[in-house]
Design a protein around this ligand. Sequence first.
Ligand code: NAD
Length: 483
Amino acid sequence: MVSRVIPVEVFDLVIFGGTGDLARRKILPGLYRRFLSGQMTGGSRIIGAARADLTDEAFRQSVAEAIDEFVPEERRDPKVIADFLAHLHYVTIDAKGEGGWDVLKAMMRPGVVRAFYFSVAPALFGDIALRLKSHGVADSEARIVVEKPFGRDLASARTLNATLAQHFDERQIYRIDHYLGKETVQNLMAVRFANILFEPIWKAQYIDHVQITVAETVGVEGRGAYYDKSGAMRDMVQNHMMQLLCLIAMEPPYHFDPNAVRDEKLKVIRALDAVRPEDIVRGQYLPGGGEGGYVEHSENPQSKTESYIALKVNVSNWRWKGTPFYLRTGKRLRARASEIAITFKEPPHSIFDDARGWRENVLVIRLQPDEGMNLMVMIKEPGPGGMRLMQVPLDMSFAGVLGAEAEDIPDAYERLIMDVIRGNQTLFMRGDEVEAAWAWTDPIINGWEARGDRPQGYDAGSSGPEDALMLMHRDGRRWREIR
Ligand code: NAD
């Protein structure tokens, strides 16, 4: 059973960069689905704002096309789409110019939630924040939503935070990390903190290690020049994977409250040890399958940027001392799969003579492509063969419970936008968290830059560089297969 849709308050949502790729692929189709579900109600409006000189009509037409392209057919209802489009407006605004802002101000309605989504390059965040305030468009209750990348190192993240802080309070700033909007990621918190079963064994004494994998099959083609300035560490580890690690490792917050949760996540980031060079493997995919390799796609033959990284991370606190977290992420790998796997330790003593079938308990939380949770447990092999052990998955995912209704579960962007309207910051990164994550990331990146380390080549379609396997093997462990 899907929980009841509770409509959010009436809102005016302005999307800067409303004609861009992210708005077309995620934000606007997501808002349509929330409208279809009844969560976004009739009085609300969405205002696209970008440089292009468009009429409302032309903007609506482009959004209609985006819905056609990015919403599955069974959820496209022509009548609802027409109704949704009538709630869309457009204003031509150059973030760096003064034109258009007064038009936008005149559109704002008192007593309605006001939110501004910065779906533009971070270099424009400051310009938009400044003008929202100087033209009186944003009031003291307005919310702003900012996209990644939030800085490229500690210094730039601090500057960005300071710039936004000149115009907005922290309680008004929603830094999006769409991984936190995933149903399963929130389910992880429910499983941890709403059951007595897991929390007592959620510690180094009972957990052998944790693996976090974000594997992609796509390369960087099309956005190679942008990616080359970033790399897997900045693009994936500093934000998404760090957030996942925090949710697994954090202490129970005293309440499911935005600052209580974020305080606990921050403590985890601060407890991370510096990563030793021998605990890092960086890779770059090679040409293969008729496709160019990373250096061709990035158009930089000398590139030392990693399209793959694996790291062994230690959380130095009472709960986790001695339980490593292994993180890996890469492009052009064998399969697209994101998962967290928590591997428990062996029972202290086996009472069974035949322990051949024995495997560790593993809690697998899958984020992509199919969201769900499985707990791998041991049972007796059915039948007359005596006491033989076998491992079976205990399905803890909502998909099975919900059946076809699982289709109605909002995707990460939709959920997070609704949270912005509700004024709930729990699933958004706080400024100090982002800075702490960069403070941990910077020395790692500076280290390999100072040494001039080159990433190791790996075959496209493989599971990553050879050395990444060694990172686990040398500890007597192995990566889970990427499937
Ligand atoms: P894009 O280049 O496709 O779109 C940029 C938008 O900004 C366009 O609507 C453009 O008109 C507008 N714009 C550019 N200069 C402007 C100016 N001076 N004044 C007003 N508007 C201006 O970019 P995108 O892919 O949609 O990305 C937007 C932001 O979201 C970026 O910060 C990006 O890093 C981030 N992001 C994108 C994705 C994605 O999947 N595309 C994913 C995560 C984060």
